[in-house]
Design a protein around this ligand. Structure first.
Ligand code: NDP
Length: 343
């Protein structure tokens, strides 16, 4: 049973050497101990930017709780097959999605089993989608765009980290709504894919732009109505200068700041008042009750080909550290997934 451990708290940019791949001597084949547990084979694991925040050295007034501790097995969302169950909600053979540990086989005990959900709809849908567009990633795009941004047809929408897991979905929701959509991403290859495969009206490589304010003025001569922020920092600051009156900003994430101790100053924050901007953060666990409604919304869109969902899949649990580290250099194109069992 291969397992991924965090060696120590992480300062600065995470590196592969922050993790250990260990092989446990035995594979659990049958459950023992108190009832209310499941033994699963992990099939797909998700790597996500928030994980970096969870391995931050503890400090006063943290903006995200440190929950990964040195010497512990990493955890995150996954798609798993139940091999044995003493829990009334799950049977042997079930497919589930939810919180699991970074090992090939996991034993998940009550109350952690509350984070597991049975997967019912599998026809024509790749299982890995349940840690992406049909998991927290998709729900984040849905809540962050429709609820937080109150979009209207014809509005000008800007999405940063647009070729990432959340960004690609937001951009397509905005297109379905009849908005004009521009995305930023970190390479020409990503820019081309956004325009050619996902139907973004335009895209640009933010790393090639010496002045982000000038770039945004070029792409939005009439200003931005909606900004879906995945990156924070300089991009957010430049966007504030280019927002239209009564614009909305969805503060989804700030990956450009996760490896720093403090957020870089936002010198243009005063624009929020003068332009009557509504800027709102949100945290997706608050919205899990919307998950069933979201599935009803998203599954038909996928099946009818109205949404294209793209993944960057690497094979083998030992790739988890590199996949996680790669999020911070933009190595991934689309949603980063680690596949543990070949199809
Ligand atoms: P992505 O798949 O978008 O992966 C991260 C991407 O961010 C990279 O591929 C890279 O793309 C870009 N990036 C990395 N470093 C920087 C940087 N310094 N400046 C600008 N871009 C950078 O991840 P997700 O789609 O899973 O997550 C997107 C955002 O949403 C994150 O901030 C995440 O924390 C947040 N999030 C928030 C949730 C909530 O509850 N509010 C829930 C889920 C996610 P590129 O090549 O373009 O630089």
């Amino acid at each position: 049973n291969k397992q991924i451990y965090l060696k120590d708290y992480v300062d600065g940019t995470p590196e592969e050497t922050d993790f250990d791949v260990r092989i446990a001597e035995s594979v659990p084949l049958k459950l023992s101990g108190p009832p209310g547990a499941v033994l699963v084979r992990n099939l797909y694991l998700s790597v996500d930017p928030y994980m970096r925040l969870r391995m931050q050295r503890p400090r006063p007034n943290p903006y995200y709780p440190t929950t990964f501790t040195p010497g512990s097995i990493m955890s995150g969302t996954g798609v798993c097959r139940v091999l044995d169950s003493t829990h009334p909600a799950f049977d042997k053979g079930d497919l589930v999605r939810g919180m699991t540990t970074w090992e090939e086989y996991s034993v998940i005990r009550t109350p952690a089993t509350e984070g597991l959900f049975k997967i019912n709809e599998t026809s024509d849908i790749p299982l890995s989608y349940y840690i992406g567009i049909l998991g927290a990633t998709g729900l984040t795009a849905y809540v962050g765009f429709y609820d937080i941004c109150s979009p209207k047809k014809g509005e000008y929408v800007f999405v940063s980290a647009a070729s990432g897991a959340v960004g690609q979905i937001v951009g397509q929701f905005a297109k379905l709504m009849g908005c004009y959509v521009v995305g930023s991403a970190g390479s020409q290859e990503k820019v081309d894919l956004l325009e050619e495969k996902l139907g973004f009206d335009e895209a640009f490589n933010y790393k090639d732009e010496p002045d982000l304010n000038e770039a945004l003025k070029r792409y939005f001569p009439e200003g931005i109505d909606i900004y879906f922020d995945n990156v924070g920092g300089e991009m957010l600051d430049a966007v504030l200068l280019n927002m239209r009156n009564f614009g909305r900003i969805s503060l989804c994430g700030m990956i450009s700041q996760y490896n720093r101790d403090n957020h870089e100053g936002l010198v243009n924050l005063r624009c929020v008042t003068r332009k009557r901007i509504r800027m709102q953060g949100f945290f997706i666990p608050d919205y899990y009750h919307l998950y069933p409604a979201y599935l009803e919304f998203a599954i038909p869109l996928i099946k009818e080909g109205k949404i294209v969902y793209m993944e960057d899949i690497v094979d083998g649990i030992e790739k988890c550290p590199a996949a996680l580290v790669g999020l911070f250099s933009g190595r991934n194109i689309w949603k980063q997934v680690v596949r543990l069992v070949p199809e």
